[in-house]
Write a protein that binds this ligand. Sequence first.
Ligand SMILES: C[S@@+](CC[C@H](N)C(=O)[O-])C[C@H]1O[C@@H](n2cnc3c(N)ncnc32)[C@H](O)[C@@H]1O
Length: 370
Amino acid sequence: MTTASNFDIFLICPPGLEPLLAAEAKESGFAPAKAVSGGVEVQGGWPEVWRANLMLRGAVRVLVRIGGFRAFHLAQLDKRARKFPWAEFLRPDVPLRVEVTTNKRSKIYHAKAASERIERAISEELGAPISKEAALVLKARFDDNLVTFSLDTSGESLHKRGFKPAVNKAPMRETLAAMFLRDCGYDGSFPVLDPMCGSGTFVIEAAERALGLAPGRTRSFSFENLASFDPEVWDEMRAGVTPKPTDQRFYGSDRDQGAITMSQRNAEAAGVSEITDFACTPITALKAPEGPKGLVIINPPYGARIGNKKPLYALHAALGTTLKAEFKGWRVGLITSEAGLAKTTGLPFKAGPYVPHGGLKVRLYQCDAL
Ligand SMILES: C[S@@+](CC[C@H](N)C(=O)[O-])C[C@H]1O[C@@H](n2cnc3c(N)ncnc32)[C@H](O)[C@@H]1O
């Protein structure tokens, strides 16, 4: 096992969320946690790669840079790819696919020809099967005649926490939900309520964070199929994440009973149902729960994705009225692609950066305690 190695590790996140992911990475002990376009740079050995996959709520994938070389033409690429120490990283019995990105600054700019050379080198020198369906991905990036190899150590996107059996229409990705919660100052120490909870994403993310559960605790990762994987160390790492008790509760409601049943099922699967409450309630009948005040976070329908826009203005106006009347002392965060809908609530929102979500650009609108 190459525990001594110090790799460049790249934590991918949607553009706009880099500073939030950098803050999370820093808080979780990763360094230097530098925010760059599309992600965050950290360094470490394989255990850090595994820990990033296991623990970070905002990363979509974890890439590890395993090396590279200069290549000015295909014959040179072929020769150097054959000498690359693939066996240090890949297993001869695990299929993989190669994804190439090139740009005009490199003499090798034909991605298909480049990937063929790399695939052939790996299959002939190491024996690993190449397959378009392979879960394991080697990324080769050509820039300025330098080819850099990175392994995607996550596999399925990390927003898939691995236990969500039920998904509503237009769900928020867990990674995005976690970062929006963080942007609202959520640190696990106060209640969170989502009055349009759909499949319960915000409520479950918030509850998990309060309990100190590792987001990747039940899923598998591509790094488990790499040469460096040590199941014993990994088991110890997972077992070492001990949940902490919390006094907080987490609330979800929705006017749709189907959504509530789904949220309850998801909360149970995530192991947070003891501290979550879900109720079938329309916005107009919403009341603040007894106990400490916290954060209301909402991802209402925004028209471009589901339904049409006109009734949404009435819905947002009703939402604003209810929150102002019933939620004194609560902070509010609202995610929408429509500035006009956020404005219709009449709440004193500040808008965050644009973030891609489901083919749209959404923003988090947030305000201090009402
Ligand atoms: C975009 S979805 C929320 C998705 C959710 N964040 C998730 O991750 O699954 C919007 C939700 O608002 C609910 N909704 C729409 N109008 C409502 C109303 N008047 N009162 C309560 N919920 C409403 C819908 O049933 C839907 O589940």
